[in-house]
Structures are given as structure tokens and as C-alpha cells.
Design a protein around this ligand. Structure first.
Ligand SMILES: [Zn+2]
Length: 305
């Protein structure tokens, strides 16, 4: 009896400590290293992210334009932190709100973080960098509550392609990396010395994107995310991407990759939205008012039939 109790305690305390120290496989030592089980919904969920976005398997959609409030304003007092899994930026001077497209609600910007090697692939191509611009549905007071709802979070995904031209916005972030790079700096935010407008991290054309219902790509893997991954990619140099790979997640260990493995699409619909220049106002308005979650849900049902 005592032995059983002891075993349960050992099992669960190990489980808990793993849960708090989740991580990515070390692909340097073994390119085919298995992706670790993160537990909970990460292993059992059916609407997980990221996925491969393929034009030939996507439904075509046309929506009103996405609208962005204050994204052009230069943010002068941003904070940056190495959280051991990524570099995250937050503490915006202004309230930045997006709406429109197929979204039924307004979404407020919470934080921006990066993944080196992209998490989403487009037509099976993996890109060197993916920026996630994370928003909370204004109906919900905080992220913890928002993660309980299917329409709780919108993440804009921006992929970067290799170029000889350094990316100025990424350069502004890199300028501050030195201050958060070391293991001893984990979870100690610094003020970003260079200014940055969120707009600078987004493509010119925000009318073309893949959208689908998915999850956070880190534990808890909550299935609360409407993903909007732009099809237009931005340039970055490999030298710039290498800078991110030098941040430490453990004593003396560098975070060389922080992308989650691809997840099954299951019965989900992926919609490829293309900017509609000639739409009739009435029809477009009716489509948009349905709400993206509803449309994605209906489309998924049609897929099953
Ligand atoms: Zn992310």
C-alpha cells in the first residue's frame, strides 16, 4: 500500500517537473530527434498547431479587409524578455486593436514573439523565421480566460524568407538581444532601446492569408486560436536568424531551434483568403458578419460530408 502511494507521488512529481521544463528536441546532435510529448491537450488535442498550409487543400475565401488600429505608431518603451523558449516583446505604448476580415470581434495586441525555423510550413516549405503577433478577444479580460474560448485568441503569423537584405525591424530586435541572451537573464525583461512599429513586422499586403482554427504551439496548447498566416513573406538574412540561435535556455545551452512539429489537420478547414478588389458591398458584408469561427465550422462539416 505504501509502495503504491510512493509510486504515485514519484510519478506525478516527475510529471509536474517535466511540465514546467518543457522544451524542444536538440536537432544539433540528431536531426531526426523525436519531438517530446508535452502532455495534456498537446498530445490529445484534435485542433492543434502548427500545420502545413497547402494551397491545393485549402478552400478559397473572400472577406472584408483586416483593419489595424495604431499598428503604425512607433513604440518607444517596449520590453523584451528571454523566457527560455523564445524572445518576447510586450508593453506597448498604445492600445493596438485589429478587427475585420472574417472576425466577429475586436482583438487587442498582447505580445509578439519569434520562432526560429518557422512553425507553419507553406506548401511543405519551412522558412527560417516566424513572428507571432498574439491578440486577445476584447470580450475576455485576460489571456488566461481567453484561452478557454474557441474565439479567444487571434495570432498573426509572419514568415520570413532568406535574403541578402537585412530586415530593419528584425535588426531593431537584435540590437537588444545581448541584454537578454544569457541564462542568468531568463525572465528578466529589459527596455528595448530601439523603437519599433508593429506594422514593420507585417507584410504590405495583409489581404492574402491562410486562416484556420488551431491552438497555442506551446503548452498548454489551448485550442483557442484563430490563426491568420500571411502568404506574403518578408526578407531576413541568415546572419540575422543566427543571432536568435545564441540565446540560452539553460546554463551554457543555446536555443538553436524553437519550432513545434507539424500537427494533423484532422477534419479542419483551412481557408486561403485572397484580397477581393471587385466584391459587391452587400454580399461581402453578409459573409463577414457570419464570423470566421462559424464559417470555419461550417466548412469543416462540409469536408466531413
Ligand atoms: Zn508562437
Amino acid at each position: 500500500m505504501h509502495f503504491v502511494t510512493f509510486s504515485i507521488l514519484v510519478c506525478c512529481s516527475l510529471g509536474l517537473s517535466w511540465a514546467s521544463e518543457w522544451g524542444y528536441p536538440d536537432l544539433d546532435n540528431n536531426k531526426d530527434a523525436p519531438f517530446p510529448d508535452w502532455g495534456g491537450l498537446c498530445d490529445s488535442g484534435k485542433r492543434q498547431s502548427p500545420i502545413n498550409l497547402a494551397a491545393k487543400w485549402s478552400l478559397r475565401g473572400k472577406f472584408d479587409e483586416l483593419k489595424f488600429q495604431n499598428y503604425r505608431y512607433t513604440q518607444k518603451n517596449l520590453e523584451m524578455v528571454n523566457n527560455g523558449h523564445s524572445i518576447q516583446i510586450d508593453d506597448f505604448d498604445d492600445v493596438l486593436v485589429m478587427e475585420g476580415g472574417g472576425l466577429a470581434h475586436e482583438y487587442e495586441l498582447e505580445q509578439i514573439h519569434l520562432h526560429w525555423w518557422s512553425e507553419h510550413t507553406i506548401n511543405s516549405v519551412r522558412y527560417p523565421l516566424e513572428v507571432h503577433i498574439v491578440h486577445r478577444n476584447k470580450l475576455y479580460p485576460n489571456m488566461t480566460i481567453a484561452t478557454n474560448f474557441k474565439d479567444g485568441i487571434v495570432v498573426l503569423g509572419v514568415l520570413f524568407h532568406v535574403s541578402n537584405t537585412p530586415n530593419d525591424a528584425i535588426a531593431s530586435i537584435i540590437k537588444n538581444l545581448e541584454d537578454v541572451r544569457a541564462y542568468s537573464r531568463i525572465n528578466k525583461p529589459v527596455t528595448v532601446s530601439s523603437s519599433l512599429a508593429v506594422d514593420d513586422l507585417m507584410p504590405q499586403s495583409t489581404g492574402n492569408y491562410y486562416t484556420y482554427a488551431g491552438s497555442l504551439t506551446t503548452p498548454s496548447c489551448a485550442e483557442a486560436v484563430i490563426w491568420i498566416v500571411f502568404t506574403e513573406t518578408l526578407p531576413v538574412t541568415l546572419e540575422q536568424v543566427e543571432q536568435f540561435k545564441e540565446i540560452e535556455y539553460s546554463n551554457g545551452k543555446q536555443l538553436h531551434n524553437n519550432f513545434r512539429n507539424l500537427q494533423s489537420i484532422n477534419n479542419r478547414a483551412v481557408v486561403l483568403v485572397e484580397l477581393d478588389d471587385n466584391r459587391s458591398g452587400a454580399a461581402a458584408g453578409r459573409t463577414a458578419s457570419l464570423g470566421l469561427i462559424l464559417i470555419l465550422g461550417l466548412a469543416a462539416q462540409k469536408f466531413v460530408l
